[in-house]
Structure formats: C-alpha cells, structure tokens
Design a protein around this ligand. Sequence first.
Ligand code: FES
Length: 352
Amino acid sequence: MSSQDIPEENLPAAQDHAHGSVKVADEENPFADPGLPPHEHRIQDLDERAAKRSERTVALLFTVSMLATVGFIASFVAIPVDKSVYIWPLGHISALNFALGMTLGVALFAIGAGAVHWARTLMSDEEVADERHAIEADAETRAKVHADFKQGAKESVIGRRKLIRNTMLGALTLVPLSGVVLLRDLGPLPGTSLRHTMWSKGKLLVNMNTNEPLRPADVAVGSLTFAKPEGLEEHDEGFMNEIAKAALMIIRLEPDAIKDKRELEWSHEGIVAYSKICTHVGCPISLYEQQTHHALCPCHQSTFDLADGARVIFGPAGHALPQLRIGVNDEGYLEALGDFDEPVGPSFWERG
Ligand code: FES
C-alpha cells in the first residue's frame, strides 16, 4: 500500500501544503537554495494498521534484546571456561566467549535496530529547514528548545505507544547487567591478604640476586640490595604473589645519619630494611641516591627519605614505606624479627 492508494480525504492536512518544491537549477546563481521537496507521508502515517505492525516489530526487537541479555547472563553462569565448540570456519573456539559475544551482540543490535525502525516508521519525519542564526542561547532560544523538546517527545509517540516504551525500558535496563556480571572476572577481593607477608621472627634475609643469606658485611654503606625471605623459590606455587608482598630493600646508613628513632631501633648497625613496594599504586622501587638517602619510585616519581623513616618527601604516595624490624642470629646472618606491622603496598588498602 502506498500513499497514492489512500483516498485523498484520508490524507492528513499537512500534505496539502508542501514545505517547498524542487526548483529547476538557477543558471545565473547555481548556489541558490533549491528548497525542500514536497513532503511524502509514510504508510504508517496514513494507516493505523501499518503503524500497529511497526509498533509490534519495534517491540519484538526490544524483546529480542532482553532475551539475548538474559542469555548472556545465563551463558556466563552456566558455560565452563574451558569448554570449546567447533564453529565453521573458525574451528575450535571457546564456547563461553562465543556465547557471550553472540548474545551481547544480538542484545545491542536489537536495541539499535528497534530504535532505527521506530524512528523511520513511527516518529515524525517532517522535513524542516532552519535558517542559520547567531550561536547564543538567549531566553527566547531556550524557550524554543524547551518547546521543541516537548514536541519531539510528543512526536516520538512514546507516551501513546506504551508497548514500545515498556519494552525499550526493559531492554535498556537489562543491557547494563552484562557489564555487571563481568565484574566477577576481576578476581577475588584482596581481603586481609596484604596484611600478612612471609616474614616472621627468625626468617633469614636472602639476597635476591645470589640466593644467599645476607650477613651484615655483605651490605656496604651506600649500596642498595634487594632481599626475599628464606624458603621462597621462583618455582614455588604462588611465588609471584608472595614476592610482590615480601620484597625488601636493604640499605646501610651511617647510624648517625638516621633521624627517626624507631627506624634506628629496628635497624642493625645502620642496616635498614624497607618494603620495596611503593605505597602509591604498588610499583617496585628500584632507584636509590646514596648522598641524599632518597629512594625513588620510577612510576610516578614518589620519593622516600630512607634516613627519616622512609617518609614521603615528593610525589603522589600517601604513606611512608613499611619498615621490617631486623637483627642478626647466632650464626651471624641477618634475620627478620617479625612481620611488617602494617600492610604493604598502596595505602588505600589500609582504609577500613
Ligand atoms: S607507584 Fe610509585 S609513585 Fe606511583
């Protein structure tokens, strides 16, 4: 059915006065405004049954989106991560990835297709020509925008076509859930795991490079040595997690240069041990300046004064580096005298 098939008396009044007519190109002024072509009504403007069909199509697309989102969540919960499926021509691929991709793709596509179909068949399609005007929002313009907005809302028929409105709201409400369920892939919360490291009373300090227990004589004034707890080997399960918490910087200072009283008590003959993990966002600290006793984090330049309790003297870190209390055992090796007394790493873990 085309607009030509509609009896003339059924045509809306708007068709009686076209917005303009196509003009023959002006040979003297080829840039003259040719005007708008006559407005043509769509079948949905003229036949309520056609409009109803469009409404049902839009509602169906929004409903498909909702079902696809439910399928996305169900796939995420039900399909094992290691299950594979054969898809021609891709071959064997992860069934979970395939299901998530397909369902999320369908959910988003159906919302877009529904919105496009709604706009093309049911929303007002009257052509409008607007003259250029100064770009300033005076009171009159704002009032006009407000009125246009209300008119647009009215012409979108969202108030009258409740089926579209309700299914669209359902689809738009469900789609963000896809992102929420994916939060599970961020892994478990750290809980209290950062409050405890492998350090405990009597654990020897082992040089990370040589894998040998450290004696005081191995640590020269001005040098920077990295250490780990004895018994932590690279091939151990969970090595990376443990070393990320327990890694130490060992520095020897002149005892007179140590300004912080507790730091001095927790040291041995000027040898101090601090966490190597920056208290900003956890980069490993790797630079040490002998003259100033400053340790520098290469990530965002936080600087810690190791002669003054490792307090922050520059940069975004919000907390001094945790110090490990050390001593020497009967055999002359450097040992820990307990665990850190505060969490290592970014200081926001300590909140609460
Ligand atoms: S992680 Fe060290 S300064 Fe940002």
